[in-house]
Design a protein around this ligand. Structure first.
Ligand SMILES: [Zn+2]
Ligand SMILES: [Zn+2]
Length: 314
């Protein structure tokens, strides 16, 4: 089963079909039986209804039985198909703008398999202030707030020294908040390798987290892994020019990799350029299996366990 540790379903590109897509996600067996309305599967002798009747849901259709952490549902023993393989069992919807924080909370409240990471992205600091920190602090108490994120540094979009200082300030404040709330962090870092590393070393003592959409060297990944961090791998690993990332996957222990879409962005090959969603992780799983020389099933299982270990409130 697939755990998408980083998605933005609050993005306007999902305005048309957000609820339909998220509602059916746990029973969509990405690629294998493919398209959205074709979700009729046989489970324990019962023919399931078409889309909307999720095999993972309980009788009342309100409780989702799929993906209780550490107990990957497996129905292979009686010769029936294992419905969990290739399915998207859980999603962490990650906040980026100040406004998206409330959207993330609503999505997590509405969908049993959706969780929230709350924080403000370094390129989205408009409207950021101590009041927002207080608001996030209070929302951390919710059962389904599982991380602080995405937070970090992005110098690709911001070259001005003053603006970069502002990014550092709010990165540090949100790391402090994560320590206070005892939650892991989802770190965004682009063209800011040295500053990110030094801030994490200085201000994130005792914290764990993920370097999401990892784009640096395998050596730096090793450094983060040594500090207890995980490396987020998404669609980019399937791109033709992803040599460095392929090498990072090769060299990083399987126990430290997480799956992520960053949807609607970064759709993997063969759908590069399209709107991304969690089902597309199938191609990322396939690629990691290829690189590591293990089965796709193993990739799903190990990354699932990894996500449950890091995001311990899930
Ligand atoms: Zn990001
Ligand atoms: Zn993101």
């Amino acid at each position: 089963m697939i755990f998408d540790t980083h998605a933005h379903y609050d993005d306007e590109r999902f305005n048309e079909d957000r609820r339909e897509l998220l509602g059916q996600l746990p029973c969509l067996c990405a690629g294998r039986k493919s398209s959205l309305p074709d979700c009729t599967r046989e489970l324990n002798g019962n023919i399931l209804s078409k889309a909307g009747g999720c095999p993972a849901r309980g009788q009342d259709d309100k409780t989702c039985n799929i993906g209780k952490c550490g107990a990957n549902t497996d129905n292979t023993t009686d010769g029936k198909e294992d419905f969990s393989f290739g399915c998207v069992g859980k999603v962490i919807n990650v906040a980026s703008t100040v406004d998206s924080i409330e959207d993330c909370v609503s999505l997590a409240k509405e969908f049993p398999h959706v969780y929230a990471a709350l924080g403000v992205h370094p390129s989205e600091l408009e409207g950021m202030n101590e009041g927002v920190i207080d608001r996030i602090r209070s929302l951390c108490r919710l059962e389904k707030t599982v991380a602080i994120g995405e937070i970090g540094l992005d110098y690709y979009w911001e070259k001005e020294a003053e603006a970069q200082e502002n990014q550092k300030h709010w990165f540090i404040r949100q790391l402090e908040l994560a320590k206070e709330a005892e939650l892991p962090v989802v770190i965004h870092s682009r063209d800011a390798a040295a500053d990110t590393l030094s801030i994490v070393k200085e201000h994130a003592e005792g914290l764990s987290g993920v370097i999401h959409c990892y784009s640096y060297s395998p050596e730096l990944a090793r450094e983060y892994v040594k500090m207890g961090y995980y490396i987020g791998i998404g669609g980019v690993v399937t791109f033709k020019n992803a040599k460095k990332l392929v090498q990072t996957v090769e060299e990083t222990p399987m126990e430290r990799l997480l799956l992520e879409t960053d949807s609607p962005y970064l759709c993997p090959e063969p759908h590069r350029g399209s709107r991304n969603d969690s089902r597309e992780l199938l191609y990322v799983v396939k690629k990691i299996a290829e690189i590591k020389g293990i089965s796709e099933r193993e990739v799903e299982d190990i990354t699932w366990e990894n996500a449950c270990r890091l995001f311990y409130k899930v």
